[in-house]
Design a protein around this ligand. Structure first.
Ligand code: CFM
Ligand code: HCA
Length: 531
């Protein structure tokens, strides 16, 4: 691993190498060593990262079906964040609102940049309202909006008053933070301020939970909903896969917050605990064992024998099909190797599935995770707040005078902790990886190619930017953002789908056996010579 790291850094100028050195970590060196994360990408490096607007509009608000999301900006921003993420939704009936097939945008032109775009934004809001009569509208700022100083919040206030529906805006200009991560924070702050707690209606049912940080990519949330329902657990809201405005508005009525993607949503869990008294636990529905463990944690929290027994029944019912598929694939996948580079949590969560298949993760990393996602939440107090993070608002949250109600007493929480249920806790990715694995923050194109060349994993998992360069190197490549049109991969049925897919990919010789035209016909290749 050390030699590989050295090779990756060799090509860089000294200053760049010094910085990248701190962002490439070999696990198990020393216990206290830290990784540098959530810092600017060095200009000139081809990063895999996206922008703050993508994190706010595309990731957090994108999967909600009945809010009209208007992008104030050039059409490319709205178009890029329009369902490319494969967040699915299922309205209960054909007459229920579903705005996800639409890309709403003000389509800013040069003259709007010169003379200001607020009028056009108002016009867009009025037009969208006229056509769709939504219960809420959200406005998203893009880079030019911040640069010319259009006040999206003033427009939102004016429209809220005029139309009598909830209208709120996000200062999520693409450049606002160093990555998508800043956009998650901005999105969550505004949803918390403008929507959560707007509706006190309590949903019928027992064991009420929210599932935070699950975005229904490839239908994952449908499988999670199926399992929870089977266990008799009531889902008040999901943030935000297959979600609705009312789910956010009533989220404060749940009795437990379960956090799936720690990176994108831990803020909401923290704020809901402070304001309403709802405790949170980390769960993970990626991996069959991880799913079973997460269900047991939820049951343990409620502590009701009826639920504990039901969860065991469900696990016993679901596991045989999982084991059958695993028995089938294991001889083919055992001992194979993988690399995983995704935006945040998935680079950790999917290691569960690979472990179940007997595969080792040689190298993994996040595009925009923070140190706590790598090293665990205990490092949060030590994280240096730099100018870029200070740029993103931290909300002051206090207990709600009327509605704060601790769901468990301090003694109850302590007893549960003593029994092994950890609250407000996430251990991060690095402690769970084998010693000698290479963890890389904000991987770039050069390093991705170099890693594959040097270590030749049996499969490389990342996104669309890496997809084709990796395949051209003869290595199978699986997208863990979009799932390459596959999925679901969450829960028990999802695990079966993933096992089969990965077995198919690691046993296929299609990429390594393929020759590029210039390799077969050398006359097609030539070296350009400067005159
Ligand atoms: Fe969380 Fe996500 Fe991810 Fe993420 Fe994303 Fe995504 Fe992702 Mo793409 S919220 S951090 S900002 S699990 S869109 S559903 S796949 S980079 S690893
Ligand atoms: C985003 C969305 C993305 C991009 C995926 C990719 C997604 O960050 O804007 O690069 O392949 O999951 O769709 O992360």
């Amino acid at each position: 691993a050390e030699a590989v790291k050295e090779e990756l850094l060799k090509k860089y100028p000294p200053k760049v190498a010094r910085k990248r050195d701190k962002q490439i970590h070999i696990t198990g060196e020393e216990d206290s060593s830290e990784i540098m994360a959530n810092v600017r990408t060095i200009p000139g490096i081809i990063t895999m990262r996206g922008c703050t607007y993508a994190g706010c509009k595309g990731v957090i608000l994108g999967p909600t079906r009945d809010i009209v999301n208007i992008t104030h900006g050039p059409i490319g921003c709205g178009f890029y964040s329009w369902l490319t993420r494969r967040n699915q939704t299922k309205a209960p009936s054909a007459t229920d609102e579903n705005f996800m097939p639409y890309a709403f945008s003000t389509d800013m032109q040069d003259e709007d940049i010169i003379f200001g775009g607020e009028k056009k934004l108002e016009q867009a809001c009025l037009e969208a309202y006229e056509l769709f009569k939504p219960k809420a509208m959200a406005i998203f700022a893009t880079c030019p909006v911040g640069l010319i100083g259009d006040d999206v919040h003033a427009v939102a206030r004016k429209m809220k008053e005029k139309l009598g529906i909830n209208v709120f805006a996000f200062s999520c200009e693409g450049y606002k933070g160093v990555s998508q991560s800043a956009g998650h924070h901005i999105a969550n702050n505004q949803i918390f301020t403008h929507v959560v707690g707007e509706n006190d209606t309590v949903k019928m049912g027992e064991y009420k939970i929210n599932v935070l940080g699950e975005y229904n990519i490839g239908g994952d949330a449908f499988e999670i909903e199926r399992i929870l329902e089977k266990c008799g657990i009531t889902m008040v809201s999901t943030f935000s896969g297959n979600s609705t405005y009312e789910q956010f508005a009533t989220a404060h009525t749940a009795d437990l917050n379960t956090v799936m993607c720690h990176r994108s949503i831990n803020y909401v869990a923290e704020m809901m605990e402070t304001k309403y008294g709802i405790p949170w636990i980390k769960i993970n529905f990626i991996g069959a064992e991880a799913t079973a463990k997460s269900l047991r944690k939820i049951a343990q929290y409620f502590g009701d024998k009826k639920l504990i027994d039901r969860v065991e029944e469900v696990i016993a019912e679901e596991m045989p099909q999982v084991q059958a598929v695993l028995d089938e694939v294991f001889p083919f996948t055992k001992g194979k190797t993988a690399m995983l580079f995704v935006g945040g949590s998935r680079a950790h969560h999917y290691q569960e599935l690979f472990n179940e298949m007997g595969m080792r993760t040689l190298s993994a990393g996040y595009e925009f995770g923070h140190r706590d996602d790598y090293e665990g939440r205990h490092v949060i107090p030590d994280i240096k707040v730099d100018a870029d993070s200070r740029n993103i608002e931290e909300l002051e949250v206090t207990p709600d005078t009327a509605r704060f109600s601790p769901r468990k007493s301090v003694e109850q929480l302590m007893r549960l902790e003593a029994e092994g249920l950890k609250f407000k806790d996430y251990e991060g990715m690095m402690p769970e990886m084998d010693k000698g694995s290479i963890v890389i923050d904000d991987l770039n194109q050069y390093e991705a190619d170099k890693l594959v060349e040097l270590m030749k994993p049996d499969i490389f998992c990342a996104g669309i930017k890496e997809k084709f360069s990796i395949q051209k190197m003869g290595v199978p490549m699986k997208q863990l953002h979009s799932y390459d049109y596959g999925g679901p991969y969450a829960g028990f049925k999802g695990a079966c789908n993933f096992y089969k897919e990965i077995k198919r990919m690691v046993t296929s010789k299609v990429w390594s056996g393929m020759k590029a035209p210039w390799e077969e016909n050398p006359e097609l290749s030539a070296t350009y010579v400067w005159e």
